[in-house]
Write a protein that binds this ligand. Structure first.
Ligand SMILES: *[C@@H]1O[C@H](CO)[C@@H](O)[C@H](O)[C@H]1NC(C)=O
Ligand SMILES: *[C@@H]1O[C@H](CO)[C@@H](O)[C@H](O)[C@H]1NC(C)=O
Ligand SMILES: *[C@@H]1O[C@H](CO)[C@@H](O)[C@H](O)[C@H]1NC(C)=O
Ligand SMILES: *[C@@H]1O[C@H](CO)[C@@H](O)[C@H](O)[C@H]1NC(C)=O
Ligand SMILES: *[C@@H]1O[C@H](CO)[C@@H](O)[C@H](O)[C@H]1NC(C)=O
Ligand SMILES: *[C@@H]1O[C@H](CO)[C@@H](O)[C@H](O)[C@H]1NC(C)=O
Ligand SMILES: *[C@@H]1O[C@H](CO)[C@@H](O)[C@H](O)[C@H]1NC(C)=O
Ligand SMILES: *[C@@H]1O[C@H](CO)[C@@H](O)[C@H](O)[C@H]1NC(C)=O
Length: 295
């Protein structure tokens, strides 16, 4: 029994060692021993081996070098834009903080697809559309689609700086948040009173901006979260003050019939009095004047 287990242990160890040193399986998997297939693993310097196949002319070699440099730059821009987007995702601040990264990224992509290299050719075919997956193109498209659906250009001037409207809004938003923070410890009814004016201004600003189609995701998200805090977390309402004129007008309308009947009644009372006491009425000069005015 002991002999059997130690035996199987030894077998197992041998098996592990074989797998790790690649003696058994590598040869089984690659019976042809194809050198080209092993090349990417063995030669770490060949970053993009398939391109080597078309390198029969010196200017092609130059071109490939050029394109590989662009590819390397593209990778760096892609990485920095992606990490900018991720770190500005919640709360959303991507338009304010990543526009310069996006501009450089877009510039890079444009350079790859249009800029001509040494052979008077662009790297577009070599890098972007050379295979079924079109990985680089699709990576570009993914980020670009995100950027466009965020509508960041609405919050920028000339794609190169945050617009004044947006800066103003962010400033107001900060004021509301600061106010919420200041009064959120304890009694919320105080918060509703103290922060009401800054919240109201923020709402007006937002509706002004939405009329001018100047909304991007940063502004939309800031407004949405502020509204959510105001009404759902702090239970405040803007409505009360706006209701005052409505109530005044409707109560006036309610009293209108009453006023009508009252004046009618007074009028008929006067007529009655005139019929019942014509002599006394005639004698009173001032009363007649009033009746003349009414009739
Ligand atoms: C794109 O090409 C232009 C002109 O050659 C160059 O000025 C610019 O720096 C390039 N952009 C990037 C991101 O490399
Ligand atoms: C590249 O193209 C330009 C014009 O399109 C031409 O003048 C130039 O001679 C070309 N260069 C080469 C190396 O083909
Ligand atoms: C935005 O504000 C800056 C500084 O306050 C000012 O110089 C610039 O003219 C403003 N731009 C617009 C479009 O109002
Ligand atoms: C808003 O407040 C944050 C920190 O709370 C600050 O980083 C940002 O610069 C402020 N923005 C403006 C426009 O004041
Ligand atoms: C909150 O404040 C209001 C008025 O300032 C007061 O009537 C109410 O009792 C307070 N509620 C609590 C729980 O302190
Ligand atoms: C919104 O726009 C109107 C007219 O354009 C302006 O009178 C009002 O002051 C603006 N409100 C804010 C908060 O900017
Ligand atoms: C607004 O915010 C709430 C709560 O954070 C969220 O559930 C909702 O989806 C948001 N709506 C929009 C249109 O962003
Ligand atoms: C807000 O109001 C709702 C119902 O009116 C109540 O259930 C909830 O406890 C209130 N929340 C706070 C924080 O006062």
């Amino acid at each position: 029994m002991v002999f059997f287990t130690s035996c199987s242990c030894a077998l197992f160890l041998f098996f592990c060692w074989s797998v790790m040193s690649g003696e058994i399986f590598v040869h089984a998997a690659e019976p042809s021993g194809d050198e080209d297939l092993k090349a990417p693993v063995l030669n770490e310097n060949s970053f993009f081996p398939p391109l080597r196949l078309s390198s029969s002319f010196p200017e092609d070699l130059e071109m490939i070098d050029h394109c590989l440099n662009l590819l390397h730059d593209f990778g760096q821009r892609y990485t920095s834009l992606s990490s900018c987007l991720v770190s500005n995702a919640r709360p959303v601040k991507m338009c304010q903080n990543c526009y310069s990264g996006y501009n450089v990224f877009l510039d890079m992509y444009t350079n790859i697809s249009t800029q001509v290299g040494p052979g008077n050719k662009s790297c577009e075919e070599l890098l972007l559309h050379a295979d079924r997956l079109m990985l680089l193109y699709n990576l570009y498209k993914g980020l670009n689609d995100i950027w466009e659906s965020a509508e960041c250009t609405s919050c920028l001037t000339d794609k190169n700086s945050v617009s004044n409207d947006t800066l103003h809004f962010i400033d107001r938003y900060n004021q509301s948040l600061t106010c919420f923070e200041k009064y959120s410890h304890g009694n919320y009814s105080e918060l509703c009173v103290e922060c009401r004016s800054s919240y109201k201004v923020l709402n007006e600003l937002y509706s002004n901006m939405s009329k001018h189609k100047a909304l991007c995701i940063d502004v939309e998200d800031a407004m949405n979260s502020t509204r959510y805090s105001w009404s759902k977390i702090y239970n405040c309402s803007l409505k009360r003050e706006e209701n005052v004129p409505v109530i005044a007008v409707s109560s006036f309308m309610l009293f209108l019939p009453l006023i009508f009947y009252l004046s009618n009644y007074l009028h008929s009372e006067q007529k009655k009095r005139k019929l019942m006491h014509p002599k006394r009425a005639k004698s009173s000069h001032s009363l007649m004047n009033i009746q003349d005015k009414y009739s």
